[in-house]
Design a protein around this ligand. Structure first.
Ligand code: BTN
Length: 265
């Protein structure tokens, strides 16, 4: 006998509106059961006139996009697949900064819900198990002055048998199911606050907040990127969102790559 599908937490227009009621004025949400990619849907909405702080959220994606051309597995198992349109124009210097800003906001929201999370440069959220909880993909709008589509994928209620290799979920890390609408409300609230800090004070406070939650600060790391492999001690990030690495050739600043902890070898 097959067991019935698991009931998910409520993620519908009413639950979302209730979760947003506190402090998310002006947010317009489009909730879909399934979509190719919430980032792609947001791009279409922008072409049709989406306003600042528009949000697309879906229960599943058929063509979820990850960083560096990878796919983002997006089954309907109670996870969060969400894209948020920046309220203002993004300049070229903002592109590497916004995944950092969104990561800080996501970490804050997840922590407020009782989980422990570490930020892995440039855009990953990692659970205490060492597996990946979520990631961020920021893309530019095509039409008009460039605004940022900040896409966030977070494994929330996926059970252990619904996760791919190297992936974890909030449920697996904490042992309980999460209310996605509440989490979404917290995330949008945090995103709004950090966006305001960024506009008023620049990237410095965002970078410091990221470093407070960063994995492997001060530790030996390896970074594999397009330019090959670099090793050094992780110093933090700079004002452009680049990774600062103390290497035997002095300090290097890297704009892209996959970081891992360097164990004795
Ligand atoms: C990564 O590679 O770590 C980034 C993954 C980003 C996935 C999210 S899910 C919501 C949004 N829509 C997409 O197609 N991708 C992002």
């Amino acid at each position: 006998m097959t067991s019935p599908p698991e009931a998910h937490d409520r993620l519908d227009a009413r639950a979302i509106a209730e979760a947003l009621a506190a402090g998310s004025d002006g947010v317009a949400v489009r909730h879909l059961a399934t979509v190719d990619s919430t980032n792609a849907e947001m791009a279409r909405w922008v072409a049709a006139g989406a306003g600042p702080w528009s949000v697309v959220v879906a229960d599943s994606q058929t063509a979820g996009r990850g960083r560096r051309g990878r796919a983002w597995s997006s089954p309907p198992v109670g996870n969060l697949y969400m894209s948020v349109l920046s309220p203002g124009v993004a300049t070229p210097a903002d592109w590497p900064r916004l995944p950092i800003l969104a990561g800080v906001a996501a970490a804050e929201a997840v922590t407020a819900g009782g989980a422990t999370v570490g930020l892995k440069w440039p855009n990953d959220l990692q659970g205490p198990s060492g597996d990946k909880l979520g990631g961020i993909l920021v893309e530019a709008t095509a039409a008009g002055p460039p605004r940022a589509i900040m896409g966030l994928g977070l494994n929330v209620n996926a059970g252990p048998d619904q996760l791919g290799a190297g992936a974890t979920s909030l449920r697996r890390e904490t042992g309980s199911r999460w209310d996605r609408a509440l989490l979404m409300g917290r995330l949008l609230g945090a995103l709004g606050r950090w966006w305001a800090v960024f506009q008023a004070q620049g990237f410095g406070p965002v970078a410091r907040a990221w470093e407070e939650r960063a994995l492997w600060l001060g530790a030996p790391v390896r970074v594999i990127g397009e330019g090959g492999r670099q090793e050094g001690r992780m110093l933090g990030i700079d004002e452009w969102g680049r990774l600062r690495l103390a290497t035997t050739d002095g300090e290097q600043r890297l704009a892209a790559g996959d970081v891992s902890l360097r164990t004795a070898d």
